[in-house]
Design a protein around this ligand. Structure first.
Ligand code: CA
Ligand code: CA
Length: 307
């Protein structure tokens, strides 16, 4: 099947139910999203004037895509099949930005070549591990800026949202209204400078509607693990929320008591940091699929209408 190429424009800067879909597709469609980098490709060299950037054009997303049949209360499974990235990656930091932003005196812009599966950062070769920074559906309520993560997904900046995984997002409005952008050639947990290795690119996905989702989302399923992803004003609150979401999943799916669910998570689950630099911070909770198998819980990403 040849992917449907999602129109690259107009770009959107928030996830909103009021955005007109750029395309409507059936459940089960294969789609390719061409994406700009998080600065909308305004930085093409290290000499770019960081202050003079048009800051209304940051974190653009491609979409939204209307998925026929997706109804509020469903989940949208996004099978991330392939992430292709551009030939250079941008890294910035400066005063007020990132973990060192309290002491940095000036903005720094670096542009690094991407070639042969490596990003060359000075004398260091960094293996390319492409991931999606911004990916979400439209919230039922107010629009959410693409700079901010939340229950709808958005700017989750979670390293594991890579090819070969399935992301489950909530459907809060008819058609789901999926959009994405902000690819990174690589990013460490924390995203401590304020950004990843920012790149333009193309993401190929399959979208599937999972009816009547009863668990807190977003969730990510990899080949080996299931993750809840949660964002909140502080890292502490995000950590609690991600854990409670996995506990709620075990309670709903395996009938465990709250005490037994959190006890199991305490024994074999892993609470992890995704990012500490966005307006809301993001944590995730990791549980091995093997544990879910022992509990008799079918894989969440496999429960769709279309095949
Ligand atoms: Ca981001
Ligand atoms: Ca980014």
């Amino acid at each position: 099947m040849t992917p449907i190429v999602v129109p690259a424009e107009p770009l959107i800067y928030a996830m909103s139910r009021s955005h007109a879909p750029v395309v409507s597709v059936p459940d089960g469609s294969l789609l390719t999203f061409p994406t700009r980098d998080c600065f909308e490709d305004q930085i093409q060299s290290a000499e770019a004037d960081f202050v003079a950037l048009d800051w209304t054009r940051v974190n653009p997303a491609t979409g939204p895509v209307f998925v026929t049949g997706a109804q509020p209360g469903d989940a949208l499974a996004v099978d991330i099949l392939r992430i292709e990235i551009g030939a250079q990656a941008v890294m910035v930091t400066g005063p007020g930005l990132g973990v060192e932003g309290d002491t940095l005196q000036e903005n720094t812009v670096r542009v690094y070549p991407v070639q042969g599966g490596q990003v060359t950062m000075g004398s260091v070769q960094v293996p390319v591990q492409p991931m999606i920074g911004v990916i979400g559906t439209a919230p039922a309520g107010e629009a959410v800026s693409n700079g901010t993560p939340g229950r709808h997904g958005g700017n989750m900046d979670t390293r594991l949202i890579q090819a070969g995984t399935t992301l489950l997002l909530p459907v809060e409005v008819e058609g789901a209204l999926l959009a994405m952008g902000d690819l990174h050639a690589a990013m460490g947990d924390g995203e401590v400078s304020v950004c990843g290795l920012e790149v333009a690119g193309r993401v190929t996905v399959r979208v599937r509607v999972i009816p009547q989702c009863r668990w807190p989302l977003p969730m990510l399923q990899t080949a080996t693990h299931l993750y809840t992803i949660a964002s909140a004003l502080t890292l502490d609150e995000a950590a609690v929320l991600a854990t409670k979401h996995m506990s709620a999943f075990l309670q709903a799916e395996a009938g465990l008591s709250r005490a037994d669910a959190v006890g199991l998570l305490s024994a074999v689950g892993h609470l992890q940091i995704s990012q500490v630099v966005d307006p809301l911070k993001t944590c995730r909770f990791e549980l091995a699929l093997e544990i879910l198998h022992q509990l008799g819980i079918p894989r969440v990403a496999d429960r769709s209408k279309a095949h």
